[in-house]
Design a protein around this ligand. Structure first.
Ligand code: AMP
Length: 432
């Protein structure tokens, strides 16, 4: 076991940014400092104490309950997964020595709160009085800042800072606490979007979807208790390495397809899949983290244009109705960007050209990509006549017509995905 000082130093060396990256272009990405060699072992240490996803046997939508009981069953779950501990949620938890450091708190929340944001009143104040303890179904216990030991800053978002925190009550879980300034939400006219984001994310349980355990508010701020993503932003990794190997890309796309298929089964369309919205867990597992553009749309077809230009599908560019198949398209764009380092239809000189290229599905494969992955992303349209009816034999992710896009279940069974999937990975049955 490492000494306290060594562990503190290593945690401080974990690479988590303070800055939101710029536009999705490889050249625009900021250079990154080199990875610290001790990062992996710190991640292993942290894994023992970070709050994992809670068990949800039925896999159905249900509100979060971060109660003492839920927390102890969480630990029991983790014990089953890792074999690290062997008690159950029904018996008293044995003493856990939580001696490692969550880093130094810089006092940033209080300092910032003095200078930033204003009190809000009226309807907006009511709309943003968000508290998971008063949720109509399965309310959580009441939370406030006093329930946490504050740790080091993890980053700064558009509406406030994110801190690494630990619950004071045992079993002392490590979380990421995100602050959002209400007046800035109101100024940005995104009250509804934020409410929707919180409501949607709080009801999701999947190992590749960042958990939202609870939320509370004070006069000026909303606080989100998020699963701690120990390896930070995937975007940073991509900018550091330029692109990923086929093996690494395939493993990420496997996790993405599984997570999206879960979201769609809950009638949630994400609509803004891109590297900037993905975080990495302590074991390097992918976590879909931003639900700002997501929508809960059971049976509905939508028209709103949203998401990020380079990831927009033809039906959104053309202002047509769209469905969950927009996420299939984005998955194809993501696969390409992982492998090549920039999105396929990007044209840095002209937005209109990007639109034009998207509508024509003007895709160019640089040399070196395997035939298997090209088969998953897109292939020249191929049809054959059977009894004078033209039937599409092959489906891929980047197809102009949403109905021609390969279903996620077939992505999960695609040779390029299966080839790199770890042997012990039981895809589809890992809903926590
Ligand atoms: P955001 O406001 O979501 O853009 O977050 C700002 C920054 O905080 C991100 O760019 C991440 O570096 C970091 N961050 C946000 N959420 C988490 C989390 N759950 N775990 C670890 N770091 C996070």
């Amino acid at each position: 076991m490492a000494t306290m000082g060594a562990v503190t130093g290593r945690i401080a060396a974990l690479e988590l940014s303070n800055k939101k990256p710029g536009p999705t272009t490889s050249s625009a990405r900021p250079p990154l400092r080199s990875k610290q060699s001790s990062q992996t072992s710190v991640a292993k240490l942290l894994t023992k104490y970070a709050a994992p996803n809670l068990v949800h046997a039925s896999g159905s939508m249900k509100s979060t309950e971060l109660t003492a009981q839920a927390l102890s069953s969480t630990v029991a779950t983790k014990a089953k997964v890792t074999g690290a501990r062997t008690y159950t949620g029904n018996t008293p938890a044995p003493e856990i020595t939580l001696s490692f450091d969550i880093g130094n708190y810089d006092g940033g929340l209080e300092l910032e709160n003095e200078k930033r944001g204003e009190k809000i009143f009226g309807e907006a104040a009511q709309e943003l009085a968000l508290d998971s303890s008063s949720a109509q179904t399965s309310p959580t216990r009441e939370w406030s800042l006093h329930n946490f030991d504050m740790g080091r800053p993890l980053g700064k978002g558009k509406f406030g800072r994110v801190y690494m925190v630990r619950t004071k009550a045992k079993p002392k879980y490590i979380l990421a606490l995100k602050t959002l300034y209400k007046s800035e939400i109101v100024a940005g006219k995104v009250e509804k979007q934020i409410r929707r984001e919180i409501e949607i994310q709080q009801n999701l349980r999947h190992q590749n979807v960042l958990r939202l355990y609870g939320y509370f508010h004070d006069e000026k701020r909303i606080f989100l208790m998020l699963e701690f993503a120990g390896k930070g932003e995937l975007y940073k990794q991509l900018s550091k390495f330029g692109c990923f190997s086929e093996k690494r890309s395939s493993r990420y796309i496997d996790q993405m397809a599984d997570a999206l298929s879960y979201l769609h089964s809950k009638h949630v369309i994400h609509r803004d899949i891109k590297p900037e919205n993905l975080l990495l867990g302590l074991n390097g597992e992918l976590k879909i983290a931003d639900f700002g553009w997501s929508v809960h749309a059971p049976g509905n077809r939508r028209r709103t244009m949203c998401g990020t230009l380079d990831y927009l599908p033809p039906e959104m560019v053309e202002g047509k109705e769209h469905s969950e198949k927009v996420d299939y398209w984005a998955l194809g764009v993501l696969t390409y960007e992982f492998l090549i380092g920039n999105p396929p239809f990007e044209d840095r000189k002209s937005v209109n050209n990007t639109y034009r290229r998207i509508m024509k599905v003007d895709l160019r494969f640089p040399p070196g990509m395997s035939a298997e992955v090209k088969d998953l992303i897109a292939r020249a349209s191929f049809s054959c006549a059977i009894s004078s009816i033209f039937v599409n034999l092959y489906e891929q992710l980047l197809r102009h017509e949403p109905q021609d896009r390969i279903p996620l279940v077939d992505v999960l069974g695609h040779p390029w995905i299966v080839k790199y999937r770890p042997k012990n990975c039981n895809r589809g049955s890992e809903v926590y």
